[in-house]
Each structure stands twice: as C-alpha cells, then as structure tokens.
Write a protein that binds this ligand. Structure first.
Ligand SMILES: Nc1nc2c(ncn2[C@@H]2O[C@H](COP(=O)(O)OP(=O)(O)OP(=O)(O)O)[C@@H](O)[C@H]2O)c(=O)[nH]1
Ligand SMILES: [Mg+2]
Length: 330
C-alpha cells in the first residue's frame, strides 16, 4: 500500500507516475496555480523529508500540519491511523518511506472523487443545473463550461435562471456573446423555474446538445430557496423526466471547511451529482478537496484555477496530489 505513489491511467491498469522534484522540474501550470496550497503543505514536505526518526511527536506534527492545511478531521484521522498502522506493522520502518506513504494516502483518499463528467449524447439537451451559495463562481463556471463544450464541437445553450440580480443576466449574456452561444432570459424578477422551462423547450426544439442553467446564489440555510431548487427540477421533469442530468454544486475553496458544510446541506436538499471547486488559484486551503472527497460520496468534476475561460480543469486526482505535495523521483 505504501509503495511509491501510483496512479491509474485509463485503460492501462495501474502504473507508476513520473514523480519530479519541484526544484528541477520547473512549475507546470497546475503546480503554479496551486502554489498557495502547495506552500501551506511545504512544512509537511520539509517535516517528512527531514525526519530522522519516526516517533509520536513526529506523527502528531504531521497531524497538526494536515489539519492546518484544511484537510478536515475525517481525512486527517484516516491518514494518521494508516500511518500508525503501517509503522506498527513495520511496513514503514525508515523515515524515507514517510513522504511517499503520505502522498499515497492522500491519493487513495481523493481518487474516488475523480470521475469525469461525460455528456450523454442521447439526451438532447443534456441539462446541467448549477447551484451554490452567492459569489462562489457559478456563472463564471458556466461560461468556462460553455467554452469547453463548444471547443469539443457540441452545441450549447445557456439559461439565465438567476432572475434575482439584474446584473446576473448581463453577466451570462456576456459569456454567451464571447462564445457565440444563445442565452435564454426573461426580465429580472421572473420565475427562475419558468425561464429554465422555456430554455429546455427551446433547446429541445433546436436540437441543442448541452443546456447549462444558472441559478441565483442562495445560502444552504435558507430553506425556501432550497425548495425553489426542487421546483426548478420538477418543472424540468415535465419536459424530460430524466432532467437535470447533472446538478453541480459550486463551492469556493477559499471558504475551507465551510465549503464542506455547504456541500453537505445542498446534498441533503437537492440531488447533487457533482462538485466544482473554484478559486483554487487564490487560496492556501486546497486541502479542503480531501475533506470533500472523504466526507461526501460525490465526484469532484472540475476545479477552477483562475478567472478566464481556460481556467477550468477536469479534476485529476494524481495531478492534483502531485501538484500540492511532490515526491522526489524514485
Ligand atoms: N481567481 C478565481 N476567481 C474566480 C474563479 N471562479 C470564479 N471567480 C471569480 O469569482 C467572482 C464571482 O463569480 P461569479 O461567477 O459571479 O459567482 P456566482 O456564484 O455566479 O455569484 P452569484 O451569482 O452572485 O451567486 C468573479 O469575480 C469571478 O471572476 C476561479 O476559479 N478563480
Ligand atoms: Mg451568478
């Protein structure tokens, strides 16, 4: 289990990843985008790299460092208990084995969340509903997704389901214009479910491949607004009983453990099928992905690492772990 960090490559079973020390490799884009989280883990890196003996004090220090990096209690406890077991069973006997062991554990924790979103071409449109609290990056992520799918040759339509803020429709329209994508909107104050209903009708009539629906930001504690999301889903199902085909909760990594609380509440109130974790470029709290992965049985579909259209990446567990905690080449 604690052999050098290994990762899956699709269709090729399990194989070793090329592991490069940061000092020599130069920063690849993800590493540089995640540099704050990476530096929040640099103490862990030094601790593990410089350890001369494995004892209680060291294990405790590893635990504190993981907690401070926003990994959350569940993920941290899992890593620490695995480490302790491996030491007790003499699987780990030498301090050199610690760094690859921790990295392997981090990977094991987060790998189940790596499930890329595939668009079912039999659904026309494939409906994606975006939800989340205010300001987390829902509308921006819609713009980035629209660009991604257009680039993949799919036809896309956007639904301006955020009828709360007057500026929200304009913001979505700006993304639509940039990508030459139609946006279905009504005057602000209109019923969100009605806008989305119209959009599904229109997308179906035009044979659109992907319809992405924006919604207003809402606090997970506002019950009536959570109920509104259920109404949106019900109204969609009048046209297509299988819609929405993907309900993505967007969370801002910078909110740390609060992102976990949001995800738990939204997941209880709506049928989430995936997460998007944004703003990883501006925060040291990227460890929250481990908390999300270990406490929720939900795929992390995408990560946001900047404000522009290209800054949305499908979540790849191996690349992520490698970017925040590198191990020297074996
Ligand atoms: N640095 C960075 N900024 C981001 C990212 N994603 C979104 N943003 C910024 O976050 C701010 C809020 O983004 P929006 O897309 O308007 O957020 P929203 O969830 O739609 O907000 P409401 O509609 O008000 O609930 C904007 O300034 C975005 O440019 C990201 O991955 N990195
Ligand atoms: Mg918005």
């Amino acid at each position: 289990m604690f052999s050098i960090f290994r990762r899956k490559k699709s269709g090729q079973g399990v194989e070793s990843t090329t592991l490069r020390p940061i000092e020599q490799s130069g920063l690849d884009p993800l590493e540089s985008r995640l540099k704050r989280t990476r530096s929040s883990l640099s103490h862990l890196f030094d601790l593990l790299n410089q350890a001369t003996q494995i004892d209680e004090v060291l294990i405790e220090e590893i635990e504190t460092t993981l907690l401070m990096a926003d990994m959350g209690v569940t993920a941290t406890e899992r890593i620490i208990s695995q480490l302790k077991n491996a030491v007790d069973q003499r699987i780990i006997e030498h301090p050199d084995q610690l760094l690859p062991a921790v990295q392997a554990e981090l990977y094991a924790l987060i790998e189940p969340a790596e499930q890329f979103l595939s668009i079912d071409r039999d659904k026309k449109p494939f409906v994606i509903l975006m939800v989340g609290v205010n300001g987390v990056g829902k509308t921006t992520t819609i713009g980035k997704l629209a660009k991604r799918y257009i680039d993949e040759g799919l036809s896309v339509m956007l639904a301006a389901g955020d009828t709360f803020r007057a500026a929200a429709v304009d913001q979505l329209k700006a993304w639509g214009e940039q990508n030459d994508v139609p946006v279905i909107a009504q005057a602000s104050g209109a019923d969100s479910a009605a806008v989305i209903y119209d959009a599904i009708h229109s997308a179906t009539a035009r044979g659109v491949d992907v319809l992405i629906c924006d919604t207003a930001g809402r606090l997970h504690t506002q019950d009536h607004l959570m109920q509104e999301l259920k109404k949106v889903a019900r109204v969609m199902q009048k046209i297509d009983p299988s819609a929405p085909h993907e309900t993505l909760l967007v969370v801002d990594a910078g909110t740390g453990q609060n992102a976990l609380a949001q995800a738990k509440e939204f997941n209880a109130a709506t049928s989430l099928t995936g997460l998007v974790v944004t703003k990883l470029d501006g925060t040291a709290r990227g460890g929250v992905l481990f908390a999300l992965a270990s406490e929720l049985n939900l795929p992390i579909r995408f990560i946001g690492v900047g404000e522009s259209a290209k800054d949305l990446r499908p979540f790849d567990a191996g690349t992520f772990v490698h970017a925040i905690l590198p191990v020297e080449e074996a």
